[in-house]
Design a binder for this molecule. Sequence first.
Ligand code: SF4
Length: 307
Amino acid sequence: MSTSAALNQKEQYNLNKLHKRLRRNVGEAIADFSMIEEGDRIMVCLSGGKDSYAMLDILQNLQRSAPVNFELIAVNLDQKQPGFPEHILPEYLKALGVEYKIVEENTYGIVKDKIPEGKTTCSLCSRLRRGILYRTATELGATKIALGHHRDDILQTLFLNMFYGGKLKGMPPKLMSDDGKHIVIRPLAYCREKDIERYAEAKAFPIIPCNLCGSQPNLQRQVIKEMLNDWDRRYPGRIETMFSAMQDVVPSHLCDRELFDFGAIQHGMDVIDGGDLAFDREELPLTPAGYTPEESDDLSINVIEVK
Ligand code: SF4
C-alpha cells in the first residue's frame, strides 16, 4: 500500500523537512571533509541496517544534483549467517536501479570454527569482513569506501575510548584504510541517529535483523548509548555541543605532550589559545554551544512510507 497518500499535510511537511535535513547534513560532511571528488567510484557498504540504507538513498539523491560526477556501487557481504534473507537486498537494489554486488563469504563458518563457544566472535568477524571489503573495493576499482556510521556512533566511540581505552579518540569521517590502499568515508558523520531512524521507518527500508549470528550486542557500547540518550532527553543540546567540541579541539589546553610542545612555552611569548582566562569566571553560554533546536524535534512523524 502506498501510504504517502495517507499522510496528512503536516506529516508530509515534517517528512520533507527531515529528508532535507539529512541531505544537508550529508552534503556538508562531504564538503567539509572533501569526501567525494570528480570521477570517484564509491563503494557503498550495505549491511541491510537502517543506516546503510539511508546512506545509499541520500547519496543517490545527491548524485543527481552534485557539482561533481561520481559513481555508486552498492556492496553487501553475505556472511552466510543462518537465516540470512539473501533475496532482500538484490531485489531492493535491482528495483533501485543501482549497480551492486553481493559478495558471498562464509565468515560465519570460520568464526564458529575458530572461536570457542561462549567467547565473543565480533573482533575476528569484523577483521575478516574488513579484509573482504577492501579486497572487493580493489576488484571493483572503487576509489572510496563509504560506511554508514553516523554522529551518534562517532560520539559513542569517543566515550568508549575515554571510558575503557584511556584515549581521546572518536571515529574519523575520512581516513586511510589500515592496509594503506583505500580511502574510507563516513558521509553520515553529521546525521543524528534519531533522524535516520525516522527516515528509515518512513521509507520502509527492508531492514535485515542484525542478530542473525547469535552474538551478544556489545554491552559497553550499549551502556554508553543509553547514557547519551538519557543526556539527550534531560539536557537538550548536550549531544550537539559535544559533537561541536570534537570539531574544536584546543591541544594546548589538554595534556598530550605529543600534540602540544609544553616545553617550548617561554617568558615573552604571546598568549596561547586565550591563556587561562576562561577559568577566571565560568562564563559559559546558557544555550549549549553549537546547538540550534530543530523545529521537528518536537514533532512526531507518524508515517510508514514516502515516495
Ligand atoms: S555481531 Fe555477529 S556479524 Fe556482527 S560483527 Fe559480531 S559476530 Fe560479526
